[in-house]
Design a protein around this ligand. Sequence first.
Ligand SMILES: NC(=O)c1ccc[n+]([C@@H]2O[C@H](COP(=O)([O-])OP(=O)(O)OC[C@H]3O[C@@H](n4cnc5c(N)ncnc54)[C@H](OP(=O)(O)O)[C@@H]3O)[C@@H](O)[C@H]2O)c1
Length: 350
Amino acid sequence: MPAASAALRSFAPTKPVLDGQVVLITGGTGSFGRRFVQRALAEQQPKKLIVFSRDELKQYEMQEALREQFDPAVLAKMRFFLGDVRDQSRLTLALRGADVVIHAAALKQVPAAEYNPSECIHTNVLGAENVVWASLNNRVQRVVALSTDKACNPINLYGATKLASDKTFVAANNLAGDIGTRFSVVRYGNVAGSRGSVAPLFERLAAKGAADLPITDPRMTRFWISLDQGVDFVLSSLEMMRGGEIFVPKIGSMTMPDVARALAPDLPHRTVGIRPGEKLHEMMISSDDARMTTELPDRYVIEPGFVEYTRRPFSEDGGQAVPDGFTYSSDTNTEWLDAAGLKALLAGHG
Ligand SMILES: NC(=O)c1ccc[n+]([C@@H]2O[C@H](COP(=O)([O-])OP(=O)(O)OC[C@H]3O[C@@H](n4cnc5c(N)ncnc54)[C@H](OP(=O)(O)O)[C@@H]3O)[C@@H](O)[C@H]2O)c1
C-alpha cells in the first residue's frame, strides 16, 4: 500500500455515536481528551460531556480555549469534574447518569514510570479497576479504555500497567451480569503531536537552532497515528464494540531517522542510545495473540478468550483469521509513512 494511504486512512464512525448520550472522559484535559471534546462538541450532539481529571489549571485553560471556539449554548453541555481515578467514590459520583465512558487518564511517561512504579500502578491499574466498578455501579452502557502498543509483550512498567489495565477491562465484561455494561479497549502507537511525543521535540529543537537531533538508535521504528485518527478510532470502536475486544488500527510505521529527516531535513543526527525500558521496535499484536485475532479492512480485533456473556465474534461476521504466528510489529509492518504522511498526521489529518 502506498505510504500516504496509511497516513490518511479514515477510522471515522458511520454515525454520530455520541448523540443524545451522557459521556464522561477521564483524562479529558490531556492531548487526546481535548481533541475528543472539541470534535464531540463540533460534530455530535451529546446530551452532556463530562471531563474528569485532577489539575484545576488544565481544566481552566481548557474551558478558556473552548469559550473561544463554541457558543454558550453548546458549552452548556460541558461539565468539569476535579477528581482522581484512584478515588472510586469520586468516580462513582461523577459517573451518575453516564451512558458512555472513555477512559483516557493515565501516567504515560516511560522513565517516570520506571522511577516511580507505585505511582504508575496506582493510576493505571487501580484507576482502571475503579473505572470498572464505578461504571458497573452506575449501569453505564459502554466503556472504551485507551491502551498503547507498549502493553503488548511489555518490557517497561508503563506497558505492564497498561497490559494489566487492558486485562481488567476485558475481564470486566464477565462481571456485568444483568447490568450489561460492555467494556472494550483500543490499542495504538505513537500519537504524532501529543504531549511528550518525539515529533514536537524535534520540531522545537530545529526551531531553536539545534546543531543536531538526538536519535536513540538509527534502527528504531514506531507506529504513528494522528490525534484525529485516534479520536475517530475510539468513536468507531465505540460504535462496533461487542465487549471484551482489543481494537488495533492499521497504521503506518516510520524509522526514527526518517522522522527526524521529515521534520528537519538539514540537521545531522546524533545517536544517544536506547533509554532504559525502551524497545527497538513496538508491537501491537504478538504471535501468542494471533490465534484470537480477526482482521477487518481497517483494523485488527483481538477477541476475548474467556466469554461468559452473549457475544458474537467478529470472525463470524466477515472478519478473517490472521495466519498462525502473525505479529503486528512496527518493523515488519507492510505500511510505511513518508515525510508527507508524517506531516499530514502532525497536521491532524486522517
Ligand atoms: N500520546 C500517545 O502517544 C499515546 C499513544 C498510545 C496510547 N496513549 C494512551 O492514550 C491515553 C491518553 O493519552 P494522552 O496523550 O492524552 O495523555 P496526556 O496528554 O498525558 O493526558 C493524560 C490525562 O490524564 C489525566 N490524569 C492523569 N492522572 C490522572 C488521575 N490519577 N486521575 C484523573 N486524571 C488523571 C491528566 O490530567 P491531570 O494531570 O490534570 O489529572 C490528563 O488529562 C492514555 O491512556 C495513554 O496511555 C497515548
